[in-house]
Design a protein around this ligand. Structure first.
Ligand SMILES: Cc1cc2nc3c(=O)[nH]c(=O)nc-3n(C[C@H](O)[C@H](O)[C@H](O)COP(=O)(O)OP(=O)(O)OC[C@H]3O[C@@H](n4cnc5c(N)ncnc54)[C@H](O)[C@@H]3O)c2cc1C
Length: 301
């Protein structure tokens, strides 16, 4: 089965279909084994074709943004990781804000909005995401999140149909958005408010400075590892449990921000997972609080 699909992908995508591509090259944690294939797609027609081909060959597939919220196992991902680029990574200014492809860079959108005098997205400065990933995880910071801004979403569903819907049609909550299974976010429209470009830029820079002061932005991390439990902060609990600097192999609880795990160079997904489990256990022992992962673990049986 997979030999037939391999031939199909190779002939249509050529070098844009990378078989056995190691995911540590595509995740901000720099860990993760090989995907059966990483497919780089240029437009909606290609995405619809690929989803149909995967379904026909019973091959799992998954959208890959910037890999900034993923812990891919050492065994890798036994399917097609789909990266959206080309037409699907464009950003355009619209009447009420901006419209971007699912593969567009969130940081580029933040900078463009600031230079065009569009306010609302400044909280996202410093989040190394794609627009599709930010939407799917309902990324947020400093009191803002994607669900407040995403007025329209263009989805490719698992049957290959493309539809544009109001953001409110897809329920969202804290770091969560309900997307239909097997769907890909092809594009998103963000509603932003007009403001003086200088004010927006100043707010963007101030929020980025705040982030730089409290997070290890230069290290290989995936941002916050655990969700904040109701009424508390995962980072506070982990720090008070005395775990800053605690390590498994090269995976270390960040001395800068206790809810970040840094890969000091040679950490494996197993190291990161073992450290996450040890941290969650200690927090449970000390405070009777169950920490839920914010990062998504991919590729474990
Ligand atoms: C330094 C740092 C700081 C961070 N700060 C924050 C923060 O302040 N707030 C916050 O919320 N997060 C933060 N994060 C975590 C992360 O950046 C977010 O979760 C982000 O939204 C993930 O986007 P991504 O494009 O990297 O998605 P990925 O990690 O590649 O994927 C995440 C999920 O989204 C899905 N997905 C990706 N693209 C699409 C698509 N086009 N269609 C459908 N599904 C898709 C994937 O399949 C996967 O399930 C931080 C991470 C780092 C490294």
């Amino acid at each position: 089965m997979s030999a037939g699909l391999k031939k199909l992908l190779s002939s249509r995508l050529g070098p844009r279909a990378l078989f056995g591509e190691v995911m540590s090259r595509h995740t901000t944690w720099r860990v993760g084994g090989p995907a059966w294939c990483l497919a780089k797609l240029e437009d909606a027609a290609e995405a619809a074709w690929l989803v149909a081909a995967c379904r026909e060959h019973r091959m799992p597939y998954k959208a890959l943004g910037r890999g900034s919220n993923l812990l891919v196992s050492e065994a890798g991902y036994p399917g097609v990781m789909i990266r959206l680029r080309g037409e699907l990574s464009r950003i355009e200014i619209t009447d009420g804000g901006l419209e971007a492809g699912g593969g567009a860079s969130l940081s580029s959108a933040v900078r463009l909005a600031a230079s065009e005098g569009l306010s609302g997205l400044e909280w996202a400065a410093g989040i190394p995401a794609s627009l599709g990933g930010a939407l799917a995880t309902n990324a947020g910071a400093h009191g803002g999140d994607m669900s407040e801004l995403a007025c329209h979403i263009t989805l490719l569903d698992a049957a290959g149909g493309v539809s544009r819907m109001a953001g409110s049609e897809l329920p969202a909550g804290y770091r969560y958005r309900q997307l239909p299974p097997g769907s890909l976010v092809l594009g998103v429209s963000l509603a932003l408010r007009p403001a003086a470009p200088r004010e927006v830029e100043e707010r963007r820079a101030a929020l980025l400075a705040l982030r730089k002061a409290s997070q290890p932005l230069e290290a290989f991390t995936a941002g916050s590892v655990f969700k904040n439990p109701p009424g508390d902060h995962a980072g506070r609990l982990i720090e008070e449990a005395g775990l800053k600097g605690f390590a498994v192999g090269d995976a270390v609880v960040s001395p800068t921000h206790a809810n970040f795990i840094e890969n000091r160079g040679r950490a494996t997904a197993d190291d990161v997972l073992a450290l996450m489990n040890a941290v969650a256990l200690k927090v449970m022992d000390n405070f009777s609080v169950k920490l839920e992962p914010e990062v998504e673990v991919v590729g474990l049986a």
